[in-house]
Design a protein around this ligand. Sequence first.
Ligand code: GRF
Length: 225
Amino acid sequence: MSERVPDGGVPDDRVPVGVLVSGSGTNLQALIDAAAAPDYPARVAVVIANRRRAGGLERARAAGIPAVCIPHRHYEQRADFEAAMTEVLRQHGARWVAAAGFMRILSPAFLADWRGRVLNIHPALLPAFPGVDGQGQALAYGARITGATVHFVDEGTDTGPIIAQGAVPVLPGDDREALAARILAVEHQLYPLALRQAVEGRLTIEGRAVRVDAREGERNWIWGG
Ligand code: GRF
């Protein structure tokens, strides 16, 4: 794969990552912002949304990143939708895929194409409250502590090996929005860290756990938001 040479003429050896979004894209924004730091090892090479109205598309365009809408409804078969995504990801040289509020299940065939290089962020402390609306599930269940998890994607729903987690309290009077905002603040710290470790090859899956070759001072957990 050829190295991208940006306007300044200096070869860009940062690892290209494709980000999948369905919604507002605040996690995408956190990745874009992190990648603006000169020492960040990844760059967002392309953003794919399955919905035209996904705010993430606008965020990508504003940052000068290719933004592609692939509406899943245009495809009868999941395999064809995913093949279209893989084609666009490859066109842009993506070597990792980060799902960031992407509301479609990724099939085993897609995951096989990306050979363990797909990450996801979930708004709960997995394995608690997988699936849709992790924040609402935690509230309805009466949990006192919840949070966010970045994990490798496997064939299950939010079941893949855990890379990083952050915990926040569920406060009296919280509604879903208040809790979601508290969790998002943690998500925005966790995802850039986890992606950095992933692209630097510092994550090893051992059984269902992830061993992190952590740098000094690096913590794969956040306590209390
Ligand atoms: C986040 O809470 C994420 O954990 C979940 O969907 C939400 C996406 O938010 N998977 P945003 O689009 O990144 O703002």
